[in-house]
Design a protein around this ligand. Structure first.
Ligand code: ADP
Ligand code: MG
Length: 792
């Protein structure tokens, strides 16, 4: 059987061509053969030469009368001139021979580049030629037509050919579609048999052709059905490959046993197990959702197969409590648990949260002796880049010695100097920042593999979860945290001065009633060129450990629409000055926070906002993560169209955290034709008449209308996926994984993704090395190439 892994460099000559192919991601014979056309088109009805009009798309059945390779008149380009004679109008006696002639021209830098055409289009050759007519009435010619050579004179065959779907490949400069077609054709011609990746029973169940048929129909279908079947085949093939890669990764990660953790285990002679003591002293009951997820997690942890679970739930949905339970379970069984956050700030926050949650169960300051028999407390340690060296050493020594403790940290925990010799559980918050390699690094030390719990506050669409995190089991905490106030969202067209004025008045009322108000701006100062505040990826102003980059936020780096050249964005500095001068805010303290301030200044602004001394905070997305001010009840987002949907959602999550109902006003210089044009009226915020309806439904409008329509993060994530180019979603999700999907759509192919994922898991379970399906094994290997998913 043909080895589809043969590098193209063995088959194709020319460094330039090879590098262009590589640019398209085509490196092996298999890549090239299965390269799908960007789209199909038809040449159209055959045209008689006497009906030709300049500029028209024509399809001609003709014979080559002469062919001459030479140069253009200016001698700056090689030119192949081919004279065609119409074969369709042949019987027409009234027609003079001259009128049945048409010139075809091909141009290139060097004559050698034209030899392919010159050889094929020798005198006497019959063919069908398609293209757009260049030149004028008298000197019409066809430049670089598509064409196909015919063996015999047969107008019927020509007619059929002209009606066939023709492939058009995604081309790059210097490698036009027809060249790709020719390369594929050349290889197809020598192919003996096509290796099959999809087992026959699955093909039958999914109504797919064989690999051989699919490959032929992919490039040269006789009709649309064949082409549709070929692209189905390709999508199922991609789903199966991805599913198999993820299943393999999972089975390799799970190859080493983990510690089975006993809910009843206890470290001391007396008393209840830690988990029970913790639950008993929690000031609240677990919600139904938390109970369910805890049962899932505890069930996983009881087994010696490493847990691989993603826990999804909005900020405040109670994930941390569950992770703490899992960590305590590890500790009560005499093992270590690690809690990792993407940034130092968030690690500190986690450490504080855990210290508070554990109360007198925790021992954050004691020695490093660990749990002795009979001890009552859980040693809790913080290990980050800024931990003092001596303390760092002591913690590392304790970890290496296998002492049972709970350690909180950043990536620093994964550095080579940290050796966990007794790690039973790794909790990773916002796992998107932790690449597969890091996970593997963590898994590779110690006697047994740790259980792995990833947590994410960012709702991930189902198809993304399946393709990107498909090797993980997923638990979802969907209830909003208890006691959360209602939050209403209104879209305000900035041009409506009355509404905007009313919005500020409403903010003042809110503050005088004891609330706090956030005002969000997309920029820090007028000269802030990078629009860094909204994007969260400022050039110099925000350090990597800044709150602004903390936590996963798919809006970071998201491609928002191009900013109109005349658009002036509101800035934190100008807005604060402007608001301070407004009579409605007289006597109200205003604070500003953004990443341009040093950490202490920023923190003190945030603190004074929390305490209510400056109940109006004008800021950038610096408040997106980690701010928890229960009194905050209103948010006004300026230039709301300059924020991504998930970012808006995260921002809005800062209000309505206490029992006060919240109001979110998204102001943008847009019309909201979908009825989002809701206004602030005299003393209540109320739905108003729709705006003129003249506004266009742009992605920005769609985004904001989706935002106003629901607070359900999962619904918003799905909407985001529909509105945005899906590549952006994946690209932001985890670097290096964005090129995974070539033909599958995260929006429309959910069913295929699901079906193939399940089928692939079964295949891998029965045949972990894919020994019985070498073609699938090859595809999985190709997929893993570069960022090898399956290395252990
Ligand atoms: P997350 O980690 O998902 O952001 P947390 O676990 O930090 O959420 O919980 C957010 C807040 O809600 C914390 O103050 C926590 O103590 C509280 N909380 C968690 N679970 C419950 C519950 N079942 N009932 C009431 N409050 C809860
Ligand atoms: Mg949290």
């Amino acid at each position: 059987m043909m080895n589809l892994d043969v590098p193209l460099s063995h088959l194709v000559r020319g460094k330039t061509v090879l590098s262009k192919l590589a640019h398209l991601g085509l490196e092996t014979l298999g890549d090239l053969l299965w390269y799908p056309p960007r789209r199909m088109y038809r040449w159209g009805e055959l045209t008689r030469f006497d009906t030709l009009t300049p500029g028209a798309d024509v399809t001609l059945f003709a014979v080559v009368m002469s062919s001459e390779l030479g140069w253009t008149r200016r001698h700056d380009k090689a030119m192949l001139t081919v004279v065609l004679q119409d074969e369709l109008g042949l019987d027409d006696t009234l027609w003079g021979a001259r009128a049945r002639r048409l010139t075809v021209r091909f141009f290139a830098k060097h004559p050698s580049a034209l030899s392919f055409h010159a050889k094929r289009l020798e005198k006497g050759t019959l063919g069908v030629f398609a293209g757009k007519l260049s030149g004028g009435e008298r000197d019409a010619f066809l430049a670089h037509p598509e064409y196909q050579v015919l063996e015999d004179y047969d107008p019927e065959v020509a007619r059929e050919l002209s009606a066939r779907p023709q492939p058009l490949y995604h081309a790059t400069a210097g490698l036009p579609s027809w060249k790709i077609e020719k390369l594929i054709e050349t290889q197809l011609a020598t192919l003996e048999s096509v290796p099959e990746a999809i087992p026959a029973d699955l093909r039958e169940a999914w109504g797919l052709p064989s690999a051989g048929e699919a490959l032929r129909w992919l490039h040269h279908p006789e009709n649309d059905e064949q082409h549709a079947l070929a692209s189905d085949y390709l999508r199922f093939r991609e789903g199966l490959t991805l599913g198999a890669a993820l299943a393999k990764a999972r089975s390799q990660i799970q190859a080493r046993p983990a510690w089975g953790l006993d809910l009843e285990a206890r470290r001391g002679e007396s008393g209840e197990p830690l988990v029970k003591r913790f639950l008993a002293r929690l000031p609240f009951e677990l919600t139904k959702g938390q109970e369910t997820v805890w049962a899932e997690i505890a069930g996983d942890l009881a087994r010696e197969t490493p847990m691989n679970r993603l826990l999804q739930g909005e900020v405040g949905s109670g994930k941390t409590v569950l992770a703490t339970l899992a960590a305590l379970l590890a500790v009560q069984n005499g093992h270590q648990a690690a809690f990792m956050a993407p940034t130092e700030v968030l690690a500190h926050q986690h450490f504080e949260t855990l210290t508070k949650l554990l109360g007198d169960l925790g021992d954050p300051f004691g020695g490093f002796a660990g749990l002795e028999a009979g001890a009552e407390t859980v040693p809790l340690r913080l290990l980050t880049g800024s931990t003092p060296a001596a303390e760092k050493k002591a913690i590392q020594a304790a970890l290496e010695a296998g002492e049972s403790l709970l350690v909180v940290g950043t990536h620093a925990l994964l550095s080579k100097t940290v050796k966990f010799s007794n790690l039973a559980l790794a909790v990773v918050d916002e796992q998107h920042r932790f690449g597969v390699e890091q996970r593997v690094a963590l898994l590779s030390s110690g006697e047994r593999a740790p259980h792995f719990l990833a947590m994410s506050a960012t709702p991930i669409p189902r198809t993304v979860a399946m393709t990107v995190f498909g090797d993980l089991d997923v638990s979802v905490l969907s209830e909003l945290p208890k006691g959360r106030g209602e939050v209403k969202t209104f879209l305000v067209p900035e041009a409506n001065v009355t509404w905007v004025t009313r919005a500020w008045a409403r903010a003042a009322e809110e503050i005088r009633a004891g609330g706090r108000v956030y005002v969000l701006c997309a920029k820090i100062a007028p000269d802030d060129p990078a629009e860094s505040a909204a994007r969260g990826k400022s050039s110099t102003k925000s350090a990597p450990e800044d709150l602004e980059t903390g936590g996963w936020n798919p809006s970071n780096g998201e491609n928002l629409e191009e900013l109109a050249p005349d658009r002036v964005l509101h800035t934190v500095e100008e807005t604060a000055t402007y608001l301070a001068a407004m009579p409605v805010f007289s006597g109200i303290g205003i604070a500003v926070a953004h990443s341009g301030l040093d950490a202490a200044t920023k923190q003190s602004a945030i603190d004074s906002f929390s305490r209510g001394e400056t109940p109006l905070l004008v800021s950038t997305t610096v408040i997106e993560v980690g701010m928890d001010v229960p009194e905050a009840s209103m948010m006004i987002i300026l230039d709301a169209d300059r924020f991504g949907l998930s970012q808006l959602h995260q921002l809005r999550g800062r209000i309505g955290r206490g029992s006060r109902p919240g109001v979110c006003l998204a102001i943008a210089p847009l019309d909201f034709p979908g009825g989002g044009g809701e206004a602030v009226t005299t003393d209540t915020v109320a739905r108003s008449v729709k705006t003129s309806g003249a506004g266009a439904i742009t992605p920005a409008v769609e985004r904001l209308e989706a935002f106003a329509s629901t607070r359900d993060g999962f619904a918003l994530a799905e909407a985001d996926l529909r509105i945005r180019r899906e590549g952006d979603v994946l690209g932001a999700t985890q670097a290096g994984r964005n090129s995974r999907l070539q033909v599958l759509s995260l929006v429309t192919d959910a069913e295929i993704i699901e079906k193939t994922k399940d089928a692939a898991a079964k295949i891998v379970n029965a045949d972990p090395q894919l020994a019985r399906n070498p073609e699938l094994a090859r595809l999985v290997f190709r997929l893993g190439d570069g960022e090898n998913l399956t290395k252990s």
